[in-house]
Design a protein around this ligand. Structure first.
Ligand SMILES: CC(C)(COP(=O)(O)OP(=O)(O)OC[C@H]1O[C@@H](n2cnc3c(N)ncnc32)[C@H](O)[C@@H]1OP(=O)(O)O)[C@@H](O)C(=O)NCCC(=O)NCCS
Length: 190
């Protein structure tokens, strides 16, 4: 297993699209295998073309300053990412200071501290772009909720039964961080 020390944390590049497609696609393999994968997904696996369009849109947002993105690269491949995207991209709006966070680490690389570094770097970048960051996380995703709390996020809402997977329903938490009032980094006593 590689250690986080062997991981390079860097900006998104166009040539990452292949790797990102692979790791996002893995979520569908994990779901098909019955492994709990705590993110909401489309019922049908998106095509490579659809996924590429989504990633191209993210790249465009990074280029025009309406998103920040950190990739974790190991041995020449992206193994995880964290992104914060403006909730209302495009023309400046009354919510241009608000970003929505999403992150994912390849299943073979979880639990090694990569998520912690990704979050720290991404929030550090976000400080010069956003004032408020929020996210949605499955209530049962204790690892992620704990990670977000450690960085100062607090729960601002509980959404019961908003995910339907097969015959089962799952709850989500909305979590929020006021970047203008919180120093970025893991907080003590959380
Ligand atoms: C959530 C996620 C991004 C964290 O990335 P990671 O590289 O595993 O994170 P770290 O190794 O830095 O660990 C972060 C926390 O998760 C905990 N954790 C990691 N793997 C774990 C596991 N298998 N079981 C229980 N806890 C685990 C760590 O103990 C740590 O807890 P702490 O913050 O209380 O110290 C990653 O697990 C992931 O991609 N999960 C699937 C997708 C997902 O849940 N995305 C977030 C949706 S909002």
């Amino acid at each position: 297993m590689p250690s986080p020390a062997s991981i390079e944390f860097r900006p998104l590049r166009r040539e990452d699209l292949n790797d990102l497609w692979e790791i996002l696609n893995l979520r569908y393999d994990e779901r098909a295998a019955g492994t709990p994968i705590w993110t909401a997904m489309f019922l049908e696996r998106p095509s490579r073309e659809q996924m590429t369009q989504t990633l191209e849109a993210t790249l465009h947002q990074v280029e025009d300053g309406s998103a920040v993105f950190v990739a974790a690269e190991q041995a020449g491949h992206v193994v995880g990412f964290c992104q914060i995207c403006c909730v209302v991209p495009g023309a400046p709006s009354e919510m241009s200071h608000v970003g929505e966070l999403g992150m994912f680490v390849h299943r073979d690389h979880r639990g090694q501290g990569i998520g912690t570094v990704l979050l720290e770097r991404c929030l550090a970048l976000a400080r010069s772009r956003f004032e408020v960051v929020f996210l949605s996380v499955w209530s049962k995703n204790e690892a992620a909720v704990s990670l977000y709390r450690r960085f100062g996020f607090s729960v601002c809402g509980h959404l019961p039964r908003v995910i339907r997977r097969g015959g089962e329903y799952f709850d989500e938490e909305r979590m929020i961080l006021d970047l203008s009032r919180t120093p970025v980094g893991p907080q003590a006593n959380r």
